[in-house]
Design a protein around this ligand. Sequence first.
Ligand code: EPU
Length: 441
Amino acid sequence: MPRAMPSYRIEGGTPLRGDIRASGAKNAATKQIVASLLTDEDVILRNVPSIGDVAITIDICRALGARIEWGEPGTLHILAATIERDDVPVAFSGLNRIPVLLLGPLLHRHGRASVPLLGGDEIGARPIDFHMEALRRLGATVEIDSNGQLSAVGTRLKGMLIELPYPSVGATESVLMSSVLAEGTTVIQNAAVEPEIVDTILLLQKMGALIAVEVDRTIVVEGVSRLHGADHRMLADRIEVASFAAAAVATDGDIFIEGAEQSTIVAFLNALRRVGGEFEVRPDGIRFFRGGGRGGELRSISLETDVHPGFATDWQQPFVVLLTRANGLSVVHETVYERRFGYTNVLRDMGATIEIYNACLGGKPCRFRYGDHPHSCLVQGPTPLRGTAMDIPDLRAGFSYVIAALVASGTSTISGAQYVERGYSAIPDKITRLGGRISVE
Ligand code: EPU
């Protein structure tokens, strides 16, 4: 569990060097805990990260009646033999984005479901219209009230063709959770195919589901009448891996991350190499360092975030800090969220030269071309960074502040560490192990 309102104090200027182990993926763990409620048998999840979002998700599922216990480190035992409630208590309102995914499992258990207002980072409007529309197509009646409380009614859902307007991660998962026990076949077109989704499909397959991931973003789910228990080890967190990789190269250090999986970070590795970072893929993990050895120069690049297999939006913030170390003008076009550059104000206060634009500074099709969407960014580097006092606004911004503080001269104090601990496990321990000077206050 995250401590109450912790802050970090970081003395910058030390390269991060050494070995750490990748944690399990946050964005698989929380979804797989929810998927475990689709069966009344035992599910064992392994490599589960010890982070705030997992703790919240466990609390939500326990409140519904599931028995969830930690076994040996990283192992969760989940038994949802009975689910007593059909509503996620309002006490869980605004904490994360997981409750909407519970609509499917609760509908299968009770024929009705209700979940409170979603939370999550404020990085764009983050509507849930795709989720609602998809559930309606599967036969549920779905309503949302003025407080953001969502309710759904529907006994056996029916398979259907669902074309998502955009390959939304959450909407794809909503459809999976709802269609896997529906009657007949569901085809999801324009589905998201992030590695965490595919990993959750692997869990569901072990539980007895029939799901095919086909070409061109098509997922085909043949409904089955029941699911059974399973034992699943989840994939490593590719966002954590990329965050520490960016920290290694930005601080001119050298980090080996045990368990890092190349296949999940291909676009990141390409961008890292283009900027002048290097990596060595070993059988048990990946080592990250600067090309040309210590002191190697970094080059500016242009970059566009995208859905998988593109450059992930969650890699953008740590990477922008890295670009403040690169020679020349870098361009970053964020195409997944319309408002994910708010954190750059603090980097600017530290000495970075960064400008934000509403225009699309890149050629990818983008939903934010018109209107007030500050979704492109220019970074002129390198500029020295000075330590400062910072207040973390959201998870990925938080880790980018940690990297900036490690690079900067002098001391930084970073408050709001609970936001970053929602998604990264044991940050102070890992950074200390790598020789970084961090203390928790
Ligand atoms: N969107 C809609 N309508 C919907 C659903 C999504 O317009 O009904 C839009 C969103 O507003 C956004 C885009 O589609 O512009 C993509 O949103 P998506 O649904 O893919 O995001 P999500 O499921 O809410 C997950 C991760 C995010 C990650 C995104 C994109 C979890 C809990 N969160 O969010 O992770 O950035 O996918 O990959 O899985 C994080 O870990 O820090 C984080 C924010």
